[in-house]
Design a protein around this ligand. Sequence first.
Ligand SMILES: [Zn+2]
Length: 633
Amino acid sequence: MPKRKSVKHKFSIPAQSDPRITTFMYSVRLDQESAPLVWQQIRSARKLYNDIIAFMRQTYDETQVFILDKAGDEAKNLNSEIEDLNKQFKIARADQDDAGMIEIAQLRLEKRRVLSGLLKEVRANNKNEVKAIFFDKIGLRTSCGTYQIRCQAVNESNLGWGTANDVLARAIKAFQSRIKVGQPPKFAIGSEKLQDSLWIQFTQAGGEDIQSLLSGECFGFALRVPDGGAGRRKYGEFRFRLGSAKNKDYATGTFYYNRPIPEGSKIVSVALTRKRIGSAFKYSIQLVTELPEKAGAEKSPKTDKFCSLYFGWARGVGDEKISRNFMALADQGNPNEARLFFLPESIEADLARVKDLKSERSQIRNDITQKIKQGEIEIPFVSDETANDFEAIKRLPATYISPSRVHRLCHQMIEAKIPRPDGLEKWRLKDRALHQNIAFIRRRALFRRRDFYRVTACEIARKYQTIVIRSLDLKKAMTRLDTTTGEKSDINKKSRTGQRLVALYELKTSIMQAAAKEGCVVIEIKGEKTATTCAYCGKENLVASQEDWHLMVCPDCGAKVIRKKNGAAVAWQFAAPVIDDLVDEARSLAAMQEEKRKILKSEKTEKAVAARAKNRAARERQDATGTPGGSRA
Ligand SMILES: [Zn+2]
């Protein structure tokens, strides 16, 4: 077993989720007249999101131009050479010249590397200037352009300010995560959204007392619980303010009160959520709640000390059944005793169905473009734009024509009121149906996967005192991909990796939340060595088996072991000698954080009390003298 000192540095203690913050969700029947008002708010919120994204993208473009300008002639020349290569690449692609494509891609990659090196230097040298001119435009401060767009939506479109804050926060999060990979954030497409939420936030320090919501004292949001409390077939009433206070627009209805909110709870914020299920909408309210001290302390008794988890979504060749696991759990050092976790088959079946529908979509795309190319379907002249698209379809091989290009042709005809050729219209309807079907099944599968993760995470967190997980490194995964060339496969690889990472982060989040809820400590272990160390002999020479990607082979002791089982067992072995120290450290960190939180909270309350006193004094002065003074809160 490895010595304690040598492994200590591999561990870190992540910020543990707050166990006292929990969400109460109730399904809702909305009063008929409320639905259009809710829709209006959702529409304004979606518009605000894309307005902010548009502003961010523009800022991003301006920054690029500014930096290139500063970088001088060498960088400018490189940039135009890269643009030329982009054109050449497109031509090679159209000619299906694979060798040419690879050659151009490699040349372009070389130039991009040099350029990004130059730009990096310029960026570093002009850091403050870039920040001052451009990036100060993006943020939550009142001087930021993004914040001003948010205010405009509140003032001019009557969007509720809680919702506007949520939209701004989401846009900034999207910006931050995209800018890490050197890209501006993307627009959201309303018709593809399955869920929208409107928010009311309570500004009171620590949240609004549940009592004031129940008594109707709080104007933003009120609840009336049914007589006899929560239970089966118990319905209460609610009122949720939409937009500004002066408009007096409310969403009202009944909610199913199946789970009581403990007395003494504080409500931090409330969301009214609309989910699309097929062609219908389902509504719910969610109360983000801080439980009173004692309620958070109930924890399940643990039967086991600690386990280690090894995540992974990568699929390879080899045993089909084994390839569908997403995690291994070890609660001892022997990899053979480690447990593999699999997704339910129905979710797998849905994901497989998505794949089939996608290939069906490609098939009908191939058919329609073939017919257009051969003149079997004639495309009438509508505008120069249609003529261009038509030319492109004739020139490009089918695999490079996106269905949206053909849809664009159709839409121009629809707008110009020109009847579509029969075959084209048939394709349009069929492709649209397929697209919607794919989106629906995919989302449904992803929702169910998330639920499955939650249940699994709870089961583990109830059993063990401590969970050791391998940390996930998004940045590393991205750069590893960056070093490979071969344009076509690269893009596919990137998006596949992205999807896998999303799934793994979701799994990790579920574990963190379940752990917090069940009073279980989470420790992170850095990944590298857990993947290459042999759980049997401890040497670091494990290699993937040639015939089965999921098996690892040890050249030193000859062991053959399933990759994830080995990883989990090795993580367990590394953690075992130091686990008590790590748990102590995590506990004292948590105690420190709790202390800090309490101080912050009391400071906030003091500030609020002081501000109220100041305002009161100002009002009294005004009453006495008749001159205005101080601002009313
Ligand atoms: Zn070995």
